[in-house]
Design a protein around this ligand. Structure first.
Ligand SMILES: [Zn+2]
Ligand SMILES: [Zn+2]
Length: 448
């Protein structure tokens, strides 16, 4: 019996990998321009980090974590998100002594035991950004500007809508929460079972429910914006003014809440209507109390996470690899020995080369060259080897010329290139060759 992958995980195959590389290089480029530096973190942590950092009463901690005891019996958990780990590292390595805000980003797989559905996985990938140690509302506006810039870089900005809201703080939110719970209990009969459950455990999350039957009640629910204290109201006004100044369009969305207890004031999401009900591609906000909650200094923080699978879905398409510059066909083992050395030398100069292994007939090798899509093949048989020569044949015209074996490397390096290079590099040369760049977003780059 063949062993298959685990339910809810997925492989990223070579045809799709260039899209991921494109996403990752855009992130490095854009985040770097805003002064963010990469931090790489472990995939598992002590369970208590997430229990404390995400909140005991959240769905994630109660139902969705991959938690296990290691061989010493210590409880460990595969990270369900990145923020708690970033802050743990920030505190552990004393990064708070650096000039603030300390700007960090990280990317990689996260793990949640959720019901798998289209575009949602148990091992999924996030791009995560955190700005720590500064509570100025301009930092919120700046990270939102960076998020929007990232999607513009990928040519996706016009297909997404930015929603923002304020979640208040510890001064004004408790009164709102009380009023909301009261309202939800009054209308419990017209809410789904999950909403009724959440009313008691995590009432703000009820506003998140996407079920149509809950809609009428939730649309009439009291809004947090009407409960903001003066400092929170002023803060939200300023965030909006900064966004306006940057020319960033947004919708104030009174129903936008975040799933975590530690979010305060600014919350935001980038939404698309193209992926069905799971329509948030990125989300974030301010979480000022979390660093202290994890045992660090009382540092404010703001940030966001991007669901990489969803971005790849939006980018769409698959890619075909660029053909190598040439395919070398040795006929026999001696010819192979010579051509392997030539290939080594030419590849060292960054020119992609493929070669046969001297075991198949010329006709079969030419067929393989044809399938690779190469423009040029090099043939070296016993006769050519005896004369220290090689034949370079142009596949399309069938025309051939003979060159010295000693200068074959230079000849190959001088061949006209169809693609600038392989892999991610070819993807960056936008509008160039038709290979490796199957996605519409690459062939028609937008930079609004
Ligand atoms: Zn509901
Ligand atoms: Zn407030």
């Amino acid at each position: 019996m063949n062993i298959k992958s685990v339910r809810g995980v997925h492989d990223i195959l070579p045809a799709e990998a260039p899209l991921w590389q494109r996403l990752e290089s855009a992130a490095r480029r854009v985040f770097g321009a805003y002064g963010y530096r990469e931090i790489r973190l472990p995939l598992f942590e002590r369970t208590e980090l997430f229990a404390r950092g995400i909140g005991e009463v959240t769905d994630i901690v109660q139902k969705e974590m991959y938690t296990f005891a290691d061989r010493t019996g210590e409880s460990l958990t595969l990270r369900p998100e990145a923020t708690a780990s970033v802050l743990r590292a920030y505190i552990e390595h004393g990064l708070h002594v650096q000039p603030k805000p300390v700007k960090l980003y990280t990317m990689g797989p996260m793990f949640r035991y959720e019901r798998p559905q289209a575009g949602r996985y148990r091992q999924f990938h996030q791009l995560d950004v955190e700005a720590i140690g500064e509570d100025h509302p301009a930092v919120d506006a700046e990270v939102i500007g960076m998020l929007v810039r990232f999607f513009a870089e990928l040519g996706l900005a016009d297909r997404l809508a930015l929603h923002i809201n304020s979640l208040g703080d510890g001064v004004c939110r408790p009164a709102y929460r009380e009023r909301l719970v009261e309202y939800l209990r009054q209308h419990a009969a017209r809410l789904c079972a999950e909403c009724r459950d959440r009313t008691e455990r995590n009432p703000l999350r009820v506003l998140d429910c996407k079920k149509p039957e809950c809609r009428p009640v939730l649309d009439q629910a009291p809004s947090l914006l009407d409960f903001l204290c003066d400092p929170c109201a002023d803060n939200f006004t300023r965030v909006r003014a900064y966004l306006d100044a940057m020319g960033i369009r947004y919708v104030v969305d009174r129903r936008l809440v975040r799933g975590f207890d530690y979010y305060v004031r600014t919350a935001f999401e980038l939404l698309t209507t193209e992926l069905g009900a799971q329509n948030a591609v990125a989300g974030g906000g301010r979480y000022d109390g979390l660093v202290a909650l994890l045992g660090g200094p009382p540092d404010a923080a703001t940030g966001f996470a991007i669901g990489m699978e969803r971005v790849v879905l939006l980018l769409g398409g698959t890619t075909t690899p660029c053909p190598p510059a040439a395919f070398l066909i040795p006929l026999g083992d001696q010819a192979l020995t010579r051509l392997l050395a030539v290939a080594q030398e030419v590849r060292e100069r960054g020119v992609p080369i493929e070669l046969g292994y001297g075991t198949r007939k010329l006709r079969a090798e030419l067929e393989r060259a044809h399938r690779l899509g190469v423009d040029h093949v090099v043939i070296v048989g016993e006769t050519e080897l005896g004369r220290e020569e090689a034949i370079i044949r142009e596949m399309k015209s069938g025309s051939q010329r003979t060159v010295r074996l000693a200068s074959l490397g230079d000849e190959l390096a001088a061949l006209p290139e169809r693609a600038s290079s392989t892999g991610a590099t070819a993807l960056r040369s936008e509008g160039a060759a038709a290979c490796e760049v199957g996605s519409a977003a690459v062939t028609s780059p937008e930079h609004p």
